[in-house]
Design a protein around this ligand. Sequence first.
Ligand SMILES: O=c1ccn([C@@H]2O[C@H](COP(=O)(O)OP(=O)(O)O[C@H]3O[C@H](CO)[C@@H](O)[C@H](O)[C@H]3O)[C@@H](O)[C@H]2O)c(=O)[nH]1
Ligand SMILES: O=P(O)(O)OC[C@H]1O[C@](O)(CO)[C@@H](O)[C@@H]1O
Length: 714
Amino acid sequence: MPDHEGLYILMLSIHGRICGTPELGVDADTGGQVGYVLDEMRALARDPRVARIDLLTRRFSDPATHPIYGEARESLGSGARIIRLSAGPSQKYLQKERLWDYLDTFVDGALQFIRSENRIPDIIHSHYADAGYVGVRLSRLLGIPLIHTGHSLGRDKRERLIAAGRKAESIDRQFRFSRRIAAEEAVLSEASAILTSTRQEVDKQYALYENAAQAHFVVLPPGVDLRRFSRPGRQRSSPLLPSLRRFLEAPRKPAILAIARPDERKNFQRLVEAYATAPDLREQANLILVMGQRDRFEQIPHGARGVIESVLRTVDDYDLYGQVALPKHHEPEEIPEYYRYAAIYKGVFVNPALTEPFGLTLLEAAASGLPVVATRHGGPQDIIRYCRNGILVDPLNIGEMQDALRQMLFDRRRWQRASRAGLMGVRRVYSWEAHARRYLAEVERILRRQRKQLRRESAARQGVRRALPTADHLLISDIDNTLIGDPAGLAALIEWLGEHPRVAFGVATGRNLKQTMEVLAAHQVPRPDICITDVGTRIVYGNTLHEDQDWAAHLHYRWWREGVLQTLAEIPGLRLQEKPAQSTFKVSYYVDPKRPPTAKDLQQRLHQQRIAAHVVLSHTRYLDVLPIRASKGHAIRFLAFRWGLPLHAVLTAGDSGNDADMMGGEICGVVVGNHSPELHGLRDRHHIYFASACHAWGILEGIQHYHFSGDLHV
Ligand SMILES: O=c1ccn([C@@H]2O[C@H](COP(=O)(O)OP(=O)(O)O[C@H]3O[C@H](CO)[C@@H](O)[C@H](O)[C@H]3O)[C@@H](O)[C@H]2O)c(=O)[nH]1
Ligand SMILES: O=P(O)(O)OC[C@H]1O[C@](O)(CO)[C@@H](O)[C@@H]1O
């Protein structure tokens, strides 16, 4: 356990509407994950070993949503807080598929939040692919271990949607699977532990991922709040009857109940068809679908509207009126009443999802004494194995679903057995206290290992001096074809720097330190305050040429230079560059333009050897292999964080492929007019300016564009 008063856990869960009393089901992004994260935080916060737990999520003040989501802070009590950070248009609530372009800004906001606090977190815990993207970067930059919970996995969802008949191209566009799956693969490669809710998630869902082999999985099921969900007991009627009478001719008949976000994957449509085409089920039971919250139809987001439309159409086609309830709204406290209502009248809960990564609703049903019929794809396999409270079905097979419903509804003894088994099973296996205990044991194991690693690393680690205490702005430029290339432009830039002493000046280059000093001297460039050399693998302070030891130690993580040489030794089209181009944290090659290997293929080969590394191709002729934490961009964020400089006070300028990652997010990026084609893809990126002028004139144009000057107070 850390040597101060207790653990500080930083949770990341970015999308959805997250607040102390969540509106679960209100939209496709506010459901089980939101409930899970809040319950988990509260359970951990109750443990005396946890001093603080902060949840970082996106801040927005959208007129269509509750004002609470615009509050920067919200206390949950016992040292737990929700911290909201702006990322993207702050007046808009955005669905998760649209957040990918703003996550770099979220990373920068998180860095600024962490720096403004008086404590560095001991562990970062990301939830879902988008938070995993952010968590990986924070972990690399700050050297804090990362753990991750997927909640739902892109490859599994994509596979199921295609199996259900969707076209790959259309769902890739709709759900941004390429960005999502790339983020999930990166998390698998870099997280210290992946928490899953079931064994099945490891063996069947994560098994679809290339980097699964190197991940460390911990099966740690969530709990269920037994104060909210309980059996009906002596309750012989339900407070829901009055509202259900608006829909049902005979509201005391057994209910076939489904509760889920109105998402295509939840497969409501086939459940309605199964009910509609079974006269005996229609005769002896009602169908109740709680599908989130909806006001006016045209306000429902596109995906959810399609789901609800197809349900309404089927109800109308089969004239199910009087037998089906489709409540438009429900209060959070009504959800437990729906389960109890169904249990009182001997109904059944159904989760017909195409795939259900876990299925919190099945725990809720079990805790309410309500038997279940559930999809066999995903977590329900484990839940029903442990709780023995239901039947698994193929969600695409309507006949099988109908038979399962009959078995559970028409066999009273079977219903009683399943009801009792579920009540006992859920208490035995699914408790948040047990979850918190095992969670903290895993965190302690990770921190113990990290402490050992820190001791093993260089004893020469020294705190980074504030090399430039007076600076409040930082200008970093690539050298070749950017800083140099036009002597008049270079002279004008040097003059500008002379007039703005509060702007620290640095270079970021693929060259090694010696070559860097030579080329700067050859062009009469005054020694910079900072030199980021060897493609971001070394940080050297100009005045003393003191190397940043923390950065060097930081890069050792998952790096094995010898392994890179062995793995890539026989690759056709690759030839090692001369010795001066090589360094501790960089292996450089020439690429044969006639037989260029792909960076992706090389990256996969290295992953197979458990080497976490970047492969950077520049000018289609040079290839650098670097530690996963190394890049010009990471070095710059590391420095800005260490010096307490907000990233909007940093301006970077470049012209080629390996400059791309030092732009984006809050950083003021400048692409000079003579840039190589590799950078065309950055044109629509947030906060990246394409100068018309070339070389150093382009940098000066960028300074004008951003009004970037030492006189502004940040
Ligand atoms: O109209 C609704 C719909 C849902 N819920 C609640 O929202 C949660 C839904 O959770 P779950 O059934 O697990 O589904 P998802 O929202 O899809 O949650 C994702 O994240 C969960 C936690 O990791 C996993 O259990 C799921 O498999 C995964 O898809 C449950 O508490 C429901 O009671 C409501 O309150 N109202
Ligand atoms: O269906 P998808 O795109 O995998 O997303 C699952 C969604 O369900 C949630 O539980 C909603 O809270 C989140 O995991 C996520 O937003």
